[in-house]
Design a binder for this molecule. Structure first.
Ligand SMILES: Nc1ncnc2c1ncn2[C@@H]1O[C@H](COP(=O)(O)OP(=O)(O)OP(=O)(O)O)[C@@H](O)[C@H]1O
Length: 690
């Protein structure tokens, strides 16, 4: 029966493959001509996107089939394909289309009109097997497509995350398709597919909302290594309108140049900096007072009240530089009016003087040639405007404005604050004298904790000149990456439990609509802040305006290993239960005690053995920070990482070195929880004694 099914699906795959090639050819022909107007340009952009999507969809083009209780048959795949006949049902349903949803969510209890779900396994353009799941029978364990899922989970790891569109589970699918109108915070234990969900959600949102594709989506991850690990998922799903970054790399042109202590990371992550920096930047504004400007050899005094009024209206709701531009424009206007008025007064005085002279000589005060009371020489409106333009273009006036209201470099402005204890005490009175001393003692290069402060200052100062936007055309992600002030359609944060309050502010600035998906595990938090609940972690940034969701099943770590995590989680102060492991690897975790002197040798031997056992897969080593360097020297061909660095990654086998040493690190129990849960198959522990 299966042979027939394979044959049947092969026929369908051949049909879909041919149609894909045909559509790609048609699109290529359409894309060969140039756009003549903006409308055509945007149409071509969409076609180009579609073309790329089709080209990339060669692997796993068709992976599912839905048989309706009414006898209907629909196939689900990586992209949607239409037949020639536009009115007919699509040949292939895109996995993100609403009609494909039952593939991920239908169960025997909630059949959604289906009689059967079929998973189709393929290699390239060959169907290698099918898994049928009747939905009209008795209720099953609740896993969707269990056979296909367990086969996928048991596969060797390549070192890069792959797409899982064929085996997404219902609780994951619910989050992927959730509304994107406000912040959604997803709590999930290790291996529950948080990263999978976050990335597939990006693909879903870009497919569903054109606006997000136009504005790009930002994906924030904890480290460059992690970004590299997930880097192939979205391109494989055909998505390019995505910028991936860490909080450290979000500011164009600014690099983190040094490590910082946990104490300073904690101090600099506090929400108090936002109002402190606002107060500081406000203090940089010029004070109101009369202004004395020179124009055409004459001095003009602008009264303090006029300056105060112009200043107040310029500053309202604007950044420092934007307010400066608005004020300068007003000043040009005021000065032009003052020049015109002074000229008028002068003319009047001249006229009065002339009449005096005439009176003294006993002449009547009738108008005389060129000196009538209609005061010839008073500037017309156009002339005042022209004068204002000349004032606006005048380098001398620009110098005057610069001296009175200087443009500022955000980096310099922040350095001036962080290096000055008196200023810090004035603007951040919540900091203790010891904390201020610790901040001011830091070297001038930037650390990770400085980046959100710098971003806040850059935002409060604003751009010096408007119109720095890059020219239109080219991929949207490139524009977004280059501009600090880019507003994204959506932001996805992975390992969100690590974000400090100030890093959250940095996210909000990039997404004022608050269309944000944050996934993480509060129990894996290792950052310097002390949050142990999501409510605490996001209180300063989001208040209580966010929606919570949860993932409860662990797909990565086998049951044998998850069983070890309960006590570790309890020591980490967690109130959560570890997620339920979906599978067992049949391999008991092992533990070897060695002397400290034997440790490096034993580690090398264990790595050698694990690599042999997991040939074609991956092995990773996690150790306390203090031992990493020494181990890297002896363990070649495998990553040797701290628990923090291992966050989000996975290997077939993990060698955990000195678990007690990891537990003794700051937030070490959380770190140990991370380290224990990185393997998909086997966990070995080397415990030094003495
Ligand atoms: N529905 C699924 N089908 C197939 N594989 C899945 C599915 N969900 C998760 N996985 C796999 O489980 C592993 C863990 O997923 P992921 O890295 O997204 O979990 P996580 O919750 O982010 O974990 P952690 O918090 O430990 O980093 C990955 O190998 C992923 O491909």
């Amino acid at each position: 029966m299966h042979r027939n099914a394979v044959h049947e699906e092969q026929e369908f795959l051949d049909l879909a493959t041919a149609r894909r090639a045909e559509l790609a050819d048609l699109l290529r022909a359409e894309l060969s001509h140039d756009a003549t107007d903006a409308l055509e340009q945007s149409r071509l952009r969409m076609l180009r996107r579609r073309h790329e999507e089709l080209l990339r969809a060669s692997e796993g083009l068709v992976f599912g089939r839905l048989d309706g209780a009414d006898g209907s048959v629909r196939h689900v795949g990586r992209v949607g394909l239409r037949d020639d006949d536009e009115s007919a049902e699509p040949l292939l349903l895109d996995w993100r289309a609403p009609a494909a949803r039952p593939f991920y969510t239908a169960t025997a209890v909630d059949r959604q009109g289906l009689a059967r779900r079929r998973h189709i396994r393929t290699t390239g353009s060959v169907v290698i097997g099918v898994d049928d799941e009747p939905l009209d029978g008795a209720a099953t364990a609740g896993l969707v497509g269990e056979g296909a899922l367990l086969a996928a989970l048991g596969e060797r790891r390549t070192g890069h995350m792959s797409t899982v569109i064929a085996t997404l589970q219902r609780e994951q699918d619910d989050i992927i398709r959730a509304a994107a109108t406000g912040p959604l915070i997803v709590q999930g234990g290790p291996g529950t597919g948080k990263t999978v969900v976050a990335l597939h959600r990006v693909a879903y949102l870009l497919f569903t909302h054109q606006r997000m594709a136009d504005q790009a989506v930002l994906v924030l991850g904890p480290s460059p290594r992690f970004l590299d690990y997930i880097g192939q998922v979205l391109p494989a799903l055909g998505e390019t309108a995505v910028v991936s970054a860490t909080c450290d790399t979000l500011l164009p042109g600014v690099r983190v140049g040094r490590e910082e202590s946990r104490r300073l990371a904690e101090i600099k992550g506090r929400a108090l900096w936002q109002p402190a920096l606002e107060r500081y930047v406000t203090s940089l504004l010029p004070g109101a007072g009369k202004l004395k400007l020179r124009w055409d050899g004459e001095f003009h005094v602008i009264a303090a009240a006029t300056v105060a009024q112009a200043l107040a209206s310029a500053v309202r709701g604007r950044s420092y530089h934007r307010a400066r531009t608005v004020f300068a424009e007003q000043l040009h206007q005021i000065l032009a009016a003052a020049v015109a008025e002074q000229r008028e007064t002068l003319l009047e005085q001249m006229e009065e003087g002339y009449e005096d002279i005439l009176a003294r000589f006993g002449k009547a005060s009738e108008p005389a040639d060129g000196h009538g009371s209609d005061v010839d020489g008073v500037l017309s409106e156009e002339e005042v405007e022209e004068l204002r333009d000349r004032i606006a273009d005048s380098p001398a006036i620009a110098r005057f404005v610069e001296a009175w209201w200087p443009t500022r470099d955000p980096q310099q402005a922040l350095r001036d604050l962080l290096a000055d204890p008196a200023r810090l005490a004035r603007f951040a009175p919540e900091l203790s004298p010891e904390e201020i001393a610790a901040v001011t003692a830091e070297p001038p290069s930037w650390s990770s904790g400085d980046i959100p402060l710098l971003d806040a200052v850059a935002d409060l100062l604003g751009e010096v000149a408007a119109g720095t936007a890059s020219p239109p055309g080219g991929p949207v992600a490139e524009h977004a990456r280059r501009q600090r002030g880019w507003v994204y359609g959506h932001v996805v944060i992975d390992e969100a439990q690590e974000l400090s309050e100030m890093q959250w502010q940095m996210v909000l600035r990039r997404c004022p609509s608050r269309s944000i998906t944050a996934v993480g595990d509060i129990d894996q938090a290792e950052a310097a802040h002390r949050h142990t609940s999501w409510a605490q972690a996001v209180e300063a940034a989001l208040g209580d305006r966010w929606t919570a969701a949860e993932l409860t099943v662990c797909y990565r770590t086998p049951r044998e290993v998850m069983d070890l995590t309960g006590p570790v989680l309890a020591r980490a102060g967690s109130h959560n239960t570890p997620p339920r492991a979906v599978r067992s690897s049949g391999i008991a975790p092992w533990r070897l005690t060695v002397t400290v002197d034997e440790l490096a040798g034993a580690a090398a031997e264990a790595v050698h053995e694990l690599r042999r056992r997991w040939e074609g897969g991956t092995v990773g080593v996690v150790a306390p920070a203090a031992r990493v360097e020494e181990l890297q020297a002896v363990l070649t061909g495998v990553p040797v990482l701290t628990a923090t660095q291992a966050k989000g990654l996975e290997w077939d086998a993990t060698l955990l070195i000195d678990p007690d040493g990891i537990a003794a690190e700051p937030r070490g129990w959380n770190g140990l929880y991370v380290a224990l849960t990185r393997c998909t198959q086997e966990l070995g522990r080397l415990v030094p004694t003495g």
